[in-house]
Design a protein around this ligand. Sequence first.
Ligand SMILES: Nc1ncnc2c1ncn2[C@@H]1O[C@H](COP(=O)(O)OP(=O)(O)O)[C@@H](O)[C@H]1O
Ligand SMILES: [Mg+2]
Length: 273
Amino acid sequence: MSERAECIIFANQKGGTGKTSSCLAIAGHLVQKGYKVLAVDIDPQANLTLGLGFSKGMVAKTMYDAILNHCKGYEGVSIKEVVIETKLENFHLAPAESDLCVAEILVQDAQDRTGVLKQVLEDVISLYDYILIDPPPHLGLLMLNGLRASDQVVVPVDAGIFSLVSLENFQNYCDEMKEMTGHAIEKKTVVMTRYARPGFISKLMRKTCPPQEMKEMLGKMYEHVFFVPESTEIYDAHKEGLPISHFAPNSKISNTYRRITEHIVSLDKTVQL
Ligand SMILES: Nc1ncnc2c1ncn2[C@@H]1O[C@H](COP(=O)(O)OP(=O)(O)O)[C@@H](O)[C@H]1O
Ligand SMILES: [Mg+2]
């Protein structure tokens, strides 16, 4: 195990683009490769927590308590007390519940309000190879804290004209974060989710969300772009509380996420200039 985990955030300010699904799938593949992984849910919607089979009320402590621990005047706990085991060996979860939106307000008064999550993760950073962060879909303080704590960003986008706009906004936001905090994330991977080949979609979809056009544009804009096929298996995997890597290991979608995982591991090994 490396001395410090590589932290990866799955971010985009657009909802429903496959952030949580990608986070779960890649976490599962990292575990299959023999790495020790912590998935951190910092979205008050708690979909990552749900996707691993933990519904409301099933967990005693959550990321709300871990964040509170670093807010002056409040009593919280170390993230070590929040982390729970999942069905899979070497795959741990720091769960969330809806009260996390209150933590986002309290963080505003912290001395280093964009660095709270980074401080929270210090307690466990040497215990894992990879820490994967699933933030909410808006550009608020939780997202900013997630980005500040991360070495890599995976940006899931869906096929649609608004995706390119949100990608551009997100890029500007990262540039602003660099100016504000000095922290830049150089290792960036774009993942287009629910990708359907032009011959396999309706006329309307071809007109409103032209996948081939999106594919070409993304390829010109970004060095590392992957295309995840549309699949109902991902929905079934979440229902079972398992990552797709373990639910349907040899499916097309799982194989695609395996290749993305290999790419992410290769980025981790590259020396930063
Ligand atoms: N490749 C895919 N094929 C089909 N459905 C998908 C795929 N990826 C994600 N989904 C579905 O899309 C919805 C939104 O995905 P989710 O990962 O929750 O997005 P986000 O976290 O960005 O809001 C979920 O219902 C999920 O099951
Ligand atoms: Mg999500």
